[in-house]
Design a protein around this ligand. Sequence first.
Ligand code: UGA
Length: 421
Amino acid sequence: MNISVIGTGYIGSVTGACLAEMGHTIVFVGRDTKKLDIIRAGRSPIFEPGLDTLLTKNRDRIETTTDLVSAVEKTELTFICVGTPPNKDGSSDLSQIREVSQTLGKALKSNNRFPTIVTKSTVLPGTIEGVIIPILEKESGKKAGTGFGIASNPEFLKEGTAVEDFFHTDRVVIGVSDGKTKDLLENLYRPLNVPIFTTTLRTSEMIKFASNAFLATKISFANEIGNLCRELGIDSYEVFEGVGLDTRINPKFFRSGLGFGGSCFPKDVNALIAHAKSRGITPRILNSVIATNDDQPRRMVALLKTHINPRGRTIGVLGLAFKPDTDDIRESRAIPVIRMLLEEGASVKVYDPVAMANFKKICPDLTYAGSASELLDSDAVLIVTEWDEFNRLDYTGKLVIDGRRLPKARKEAAVYEGLCW
Ligand code: UGA
């Protein structure tokens, strides 16, 4: 199939590369010509294991363009993968979605086939019906379901394992309102041999939010129980190992510690909170999920202060990425931890294998260490991201406050404090 993918960010580049690997011809549409050139050269525009390989291998089936209209003309299926960043009040900024829908609508006008538009960007329930379809219909003069197909197809990929997750996902969710689009998308995903759940447009949009909100809730729950476990001298990891054996609960996403960051959980939970409030519903659980998550970095600094006064001391922070195997620092727990350390008057030394360049853009004045071991001469070491290489360091004689439970630090440090264990 000929497929266009609008957006060369995380969702777009992974979706396009993986669909190319499945044998489809892909046209990437973007505004950033530098990124398009990188893709055309068979390289990945983002740090994501395995993506380079797919883009190189399938180069013959991949084109790039800045011209959305021509891309839609030569493809049967168009994926919208543009960003929906948060507004100040937590709601989603739909300006890119609106802009793309307008251009798409114009492109659909002269298209006499039955082009299909699929929204992969994370949008709140009702956005496709309330925002995207009205714009497409107005600009094209055609009706959704008869003049063109429309679908919701949220992604459940995790950064760092996105390629693996694409091909071995637990399920594909498709929201549709017409039979032709349903058949087209079910056929597209059938080769993956995974469960395909087909539903309405707004249910599909809600499945994405409910999934992320539930996983975030699971983490905050693990952190709340973990904080209590610590006080009681109980190891929360053992607790959740035991709890997770119950198949109704499942052991995944129970790693207690410094909490969740990234471009998805904080943004999506806050967007759902804002949406619920706008409908007169008080989202008590979701409010607490955010409150507990905000508390964990504070607990880390408080724990440090039970050992030393950070003022005038050098505090080493191991890890800046919001999780290992990514250079993404969005909503990383390193940000509040470092902000609090600076407020306490500490001199902060940091290290991350790949995220330092991104962190320098928001925090240029820290001391950036040349290696992880160089950072160990600090007065105390805070473990913020569980990169594998941090588990090979020699922590002998060190004061370590661990937010991610690194076995080697736990074993060797002279003074060791685990956040939830
Ligand atoms: C998350 C979801 O897991 C994906 O299914 C979803 O597609 C994606 O958001 C999205 O909406 O695009 P991602 O943000 O890449 O994926 O990362 P996760 O692996 O889910 O981790 C998120 C944060 O939770 C990280 O800061 C991680 O350290 C933290 N976490 C995760 C914990 O604190 N404990 C855990 O047990 C698991």
